[in-house]
Structure formats: structure tokens, C-alpha cells
Design a protein around this ligand. Structure first.
Ligand code: URP
Ligand code: ZN
Ligand code: ZN
Length: 455
């Protein structure tokens, strides 16, 4: 206990924890939760009465792409607009990626990305280090970067033509090195050979409509890459994190590997839980071109079940937004659409409404996949992911009563559309708080002088 007044206290709210809810008050000093109890020991400079509200730890979106180059354009949210959108959606930590240019050292790619995020992001941020160019020559850098605290790396088993793919022998070397230094490797798992041959066949046959995106990038291609990667991870006894799992076949491949003892961590995204490939047959279907593609209702069901059962560890968004105008280049040719969709602001609202409120997901699981697990996996569970004394005061005050329809015009990112337009949502975020500083209050962004820190 301390004897300074709290800078902020939050009273009468129901704190949501993985053990259930507790009606307790929270005292905050210097950006940290310093007291949780039924009668706080000090007065506060400001007190928020959270009667009737749920208090969540600030959520973590472990997979975003702010301002990354894709095809001849770049995703339209930078760290400023993307973090403002995140805060409105209850996300107080994002983990983004470096973008290694050809010939660039990993160290330089980290510096370049940090320059884009520091002093711009209004939420705390981590960076996964992408290893896309000359991986064998970068191995020594991984040990140096891990010493500096960059513990997560990411590779792609596809996107050969974009110069991002690494081969399976290279994958083995990177995984071995990351594992040796105690880091975690993330993999975008799709078998490039299958994808390239199917894409080329469709293009040759003049099949250019958006539906040929999922027909070119099939669940089998995802499953094949997961199986292959898991085999290597098993041989090396190394942990491996699969990003944006999209399909039942991919899930089954992952679960088989786990049964064989491979430590595989699985991430999925709201789009694979809530949207299906019929979208590609509808008007402006090319807007929803993202990779991996949207799948079938059967795939969605399998992913929901695995999420509820604890077989999927993390839900993140793969937030990679483009405007309608940027997407236009692909209206008549699926492969010319910059791939990616917005999502950071809708992550928690969608998972709460279509998971918790619909009875598909317990609150405990929601807290695990959106907060606790990513904090543990990426090494900041001392400070984030849970509402506890000693943690950063990253807090969301959520009113579970109001109902509304999602409108892109109400969102705060730079994309001018949302794949979830018209979706009914339950509840409203009254406050988003980062390290004791209010970012969003009753729908207004008030955190323009609050900046995120690199984790
Ligand atoms: O289509 C997507 N998801 N774009 C972002 C890059 C990636 O593969 O995650
Ligand atoms: Zn990816
Ligand atoms: Zn991604």
C-alpha cells in the first residue's frame, strides 16, 4: 500500500478476470494499478464511477500491419490513425511487424519501423521482426536482436513473387536460431507451389473474379504448409506460432501435430470466424480479398469450436486496411487487389457480441485469447494482459447494455468501409485507458498527447 493519492480510481465496476467477476475498486498511480479492493486506502485526483460497467484489461491485437507496402500501394492506416482506431475498440497494445527491404539488415528494418511508430502510436506497441530477405545471412542478427528484447520473428512460406517467401531449408535455419535464443517464430503458412500453380491456371483461363482468390489459395495449401512446418518444429523441438489460421483443414493439421508433441500455437482472426467466401460472389467482393481467403461456414464452425475448447490460443486481426479506391485496382482481377482488410477497432466488439453474448465463448476464453495469452506468449505478462496490482493500468470500461449497428462511418481508421457493415453489436466502450491515461472517453478520442511505448 502507498500513501500518495491515486491519480485515477475506478469504483463500483465489475472487474472481469479468468476466475470470474469481482466488484472491486481500482487505484492507479504513475500508470500502474497499485491497489484493488473494496475500500481504497486513498482519495483520487479523478474518480470514474463504473456502476453497471464491466472492467476489462486493455486488449492486445497481436497482428497488425500499419502502413505496409503491398503491390504498388500501402495499407492506409499509419501508426497514428491505426492506434486511434485501436483505442476506440478497446485495444491498448498492438503488435506490428517490421518490413525488411531487399538487402536491408534486420537491425535497419527495426529502426525504420520504430521511426514510424514512436511518437505516432497512441497505444503501446511491439514489433515482430520479419525475415524475408537472405535469411541465412541474417541469422547472427537474430541473436543480437533477441538480446535487445526483440523476441518474436515472422516468416512467410508464400508470397514468392513479392520477394517475401523463404524456403523450407531456410525456415529450418531461422526456426533453429530463434528457438536457440529463446524467441518465438511466427509463420504465415500456405504452400506456395500449390498457390502459384492454381493462381496461374485461373489467370490463364480468364478466371479473374474475386471467387478465384479462395479457389487459388485453398485450405489444403494451408494444411500442407502447417504439416510441413510442424514436422520441422517437431524435429527441432521448437515452439512455432501459426498466424491467421483460416480453415478446418489447417486446424486439423495443427491439432495432429500437437498430438504428436509439437508445441504449436494457433492464432485465428474475426474474419475467419464471421465472414465466409460467399462474400466474394457479392457486390464489391474484391474488397474482402485478404490472405488467407475467407472460407466456408463449415470452416467457421470448426474454428469457433476450437476457440471455445481452448485449442486456439490467440485471436488477432491481421489489420491491413485499404480504401475502396485502393481496392478498385482489383475489381476485374483478383490477383491485382491489394490484399488485406481492416479490423483492429472491431476485434473486441465482434468477439464479445458473436462469442460471449451468443454463448459461443466464455468470458474466460475471451480474456485468454485477447489479453492473457498474447501477453504471455510475447513476453509482457508482468505488465499487460490482466487486471492485477503491479500491472500497467491498461483498462477498458465497457457498458454491456446498449445495442447498435456497426457503421464504417462511425469507425476511426482510414479505411472508408468495413467488412462488418451492418453487423449488430452489443455494448459500448465508455473508456479506454493506457497506463492510467484516458485515450477514449464516451466515444471521443482524448489521448492526442498520450503516446505508446515500445514493448
Ligand atoms: O492479406 C493480408 N492478410 N495482408 C497482410 C499480410 C499478411 O499476409 O498477413
Ligand atoms: Zn499473413
Ligand atoms: Zn498479417
Amino acid at each position: 500500500m502507498h500513501n500518495r493519492p491515486f491519480a485515477l480510481s475506478i469504483v463500483n465496476g465489475d472487474i472481469q478476470t479468468t476466475e470470474g467477476k469481482k466488484r472491486l475498486d481500482i487505484g492507479i498511480v504513475d500508470g500502474k494499478i497499485t491497489e484493488i479492493g473494496s475500500a481504497l486506502s486513498q482519495k483520487a485526483v479523478r474518480t470514474i464511477d463504473a456502476s453497471g460497467k464491466l472492467i476489462f484489461p486493455g486488449f492486445i491485437d497481436a497482428h497488425t500491419h500499419m502502413g505496409i507496402p503491398i503491390l504498388s500501394t500501402q495499407s492506409v492506416d499509419d501508426f497514428e490513425s491505426g492506434s486511434i482506431a485501436a483505442a476506440h475498440g478497446g485495444v491498448t497494445t498492438i503488435i506490428d511487424f517490421t518490413a525488411q527491404q531487399p538487402g536491408q539488415t534486420l537491425q535497419a528494418s527495426v529502426q525504420e519501423r520504430m521511426a514510424k511508430a514512436e511518437g505516432k502510436s497512441h497505444v503501446d506497441f511491439g514489433l515482430h521482426v520479419n525475415v524475408t530477405d537472405q535469411p541465412e545471412q541474417r541469422l547472427h542478427e537474430i541473436s543480437e536482436l533477441t538480446r535487445q528484447g526483440f523476441c518474436a520473428y515472422k516468416v512467410f512460406s508464400t508470397y514468392r513473387q513479392a520477394g517475401m517467401m523463404i524456403t523450407w531449408p531456410e525456415f529450418r535455419l531461422v526456426l533453429q536460431t530463434v528457438h536457440k535464443h529463446g524467441g518465438l517464430l511466427c509463420l504465415h503458412a500456405e504452400d506456395n507451389a500449390q498457390i502459384e500453380s492454381q493462381t496461374n491456371e485461373h489467370i490463364k483461363a480468364g478466371h479473374l473474379e474475386p471467387i478465384y482468390h479462395p479457389r487459388s489459395r485453398t485450405p489444403e495449401a494451408e494444411a500442407e504448409a502447417i504439416t510441413r512446418a510442424a514436422e520441422i518444429a517437431g524435429e527441432l523441438e521448437a515452439r512455432l506460432y501459426i498466424v491467421h489460421l483460416s480453415s478446418k483443414a489447417g486446424l486439423e493439421a495443427g491439432l495432429i501435430a500437437r498430438e504428436q508433441g509439437v508445441e504449436l500455437i494457433l492464432e485465428t482472426c474475426p474474419q475467419y470466424l464471421l465472414l465466409s467466401e460467399e462474400r466474394y460472389l457479392q457486390e464489391n467482393g474484391h474488397y474482402c480479398i485478404t490472405t488467407p481467403p475467407l472460407r466456408t461456414k463449415d470452416d467457421q464452425e470448426a474454428l469457433w469450436q476450437a476457440l471455445a475448447d481452448g485449442k486456439i490460443d490467440v485471436v488477432a486481426t491481421d489489420h491491413c486496411p485499404f480504401t475502396m479506391a485502393q481496392k478498385e485496382s482489383g475489381r476485374k482481377a483478383f490477383h491485382l487487389t491489394p490484399n488485406g482488410i481492416p479490423g483492429v477497432e472491431t476485434l473486441f466488439p465482434l468477439l464479445y457480441t458473436y462469442g460471449v453474448a451468443k454463448g459461443r465463448l466464455s468470458l474466460k476464453r475471451l480474456l485468454q485469447v485477447l489479453a492473457l495469452n498474447p501477453a504471455k506468449l510475447f513476453g509482457f505478462s508482468d505488465t499487460k494482459g490482466e487486471t492485477k496490482v503491479g500491472a500497467d493500468a491498461d483498462l477498458i470500461i465497457f457498458d454491456p447494455k446498449p445495442e447498435r449497428s456497426l457503421r464504417a462511418t462511425d469507425l476511426h481508421g482510414n479505411a472508408d468501409w468495413s467488412p462488418y457493415e451492418g453487423f449488430k453489436l452489443i455494448g459500448n466502450i465508455d473508456f479506454s485507458i493506457l497506463r492510467g491515461q484516458i485515450l477514449v472517453e464516451k466515444g471521443q478520442f482524448v489521448g492526442s498527447d498520450v503516446f505508446g511505448r515500445l514493448l
